[in-house]
Design a protein around this ligand. Structure first.
Ligand SMILES: Nc1ncnc2c1ncn2[C@@H]1O[C@H](COP(=O)(O)OP(=O)(O)O)[C@@H](O)[C@H]1O
Ligand SMILES: Cc1cn([C@H]2C[C@H](O)[C@@H](COP(=O)(O)OP(=O)(O)O)O2)c(=O)[nH]c1=O
Length: 217
């Protein structure tokens, strides 16, 4: 596949969506063909699954169902949207991917990481990100950003995952740190407890290097 698959990961409220949009705008201005997408979501079917997963009314959802629903949403997304875009040579920027399942469902919920990885690999037919920007912030910072975002957007409260307690979010953050330690060549840890401009500058610089290597290699 000729394209490049870049994912953004980190706790809810770390600033992924903000940074992904900024990088997409810069790359578009430079003339690159970009696809911006997110998980869970990205296709009609995947978005329907997203609304089932995140519905705050679904308090009875069992952990096994949660893992499989994220995987089902991912399977449709990868095969319908991401793989064709990569085959067409696009740069795909995706807000969350398999690392989120490992951090949230394995580290957060306590499901065996090997099982979560195997289910995710089946869903994605083995597709992995070329590069991952992991936006890292302390849990109290990300949770307070989420509260601010929810109160700024009238009628939009916290979703089912965001409502989980702080201990869960701490395990998720530790999970992301473990993923970064296991995948040093792919995962770039970005200190996201800084201004939006400072974070964007780091990501832009790293991505320029990545694109140079991809074009020359
Ligand atoms: N570097 C930053 N400093 C302070 N607030 C930020 C920063 N980046 C994003 N935000 C704000 O925090 C909230 C969550 O950001 P968002 O990009 O939606 O995060 P995520 O996609 O990781 O959940 C938004 O209200 C956003 O405006
Ligand atoms: C992709 C994915 C997301 N999630 C969770 C993380 C988020 O709480 C939620 C929705 O993701 P997202 O919309 O990116 O949340 P936010 O913008 O607030 O960071 O789904 C998982 O638990 N497992 C997964 O595999």
């Amino acid at each position: 596949m000729n394209g490049i698959f870049i994912t953004f990961e980190g706790p809810d409220g770390a600033g992924k969506t903000t940074q992904l949009k900024r990088l997409a705008e810069e790359l578009k201005e430079q003339g690159y063909d970009i696809l911006v997408t997110r998980e869970p979501g990205g296709t009609v079917i995947s978005d329907k699954i997203r609304s089932i997963i995140l519905d705050p009314a679904h308090r009875e959802m069992v952990d096994q169902a949660e893992v499989l629903l994220y995987a089902a949403s991912r399977a449709q997304h990868v095969h319908e949207l991401i793989m064709p875009a990569l085959q067409a040579g696009k740069i795909v920027l995706c807000d969350r991917f398999i690392d989120a399942s490992v951090a949230y469902q394995a580290h957060g919920l306590g499901i065996a990481a090997e099982q979560v990885k195997a289910i995710s690999a089946f869903a994605s037919s083995g597709l992995q990100a070329t590069c991952t920007y992991l936006l890292d912030v302390p849990v109290e910072v990300s949770l307070s950003r989420l509260q601010q975002r929810a109160s700024a957007a009238a009628g939009q409260g916290l979703d089912r995952i965001e409502q989980k307690h702080a201990a869960y979010h701490s395990r998720v953050r530790e999970g992301f740190h473990a993923i970064a330690a296991d995948n040093p060549a792919r995962v770039r840890v970005i200190d996201a407890h800084r201004s939006e401009d400072a974070i964007a500058a780091d990501i832009r610089q790293d991505c320029e290097q990545l694109l140079k290597e991809h074009i020359s290699g």
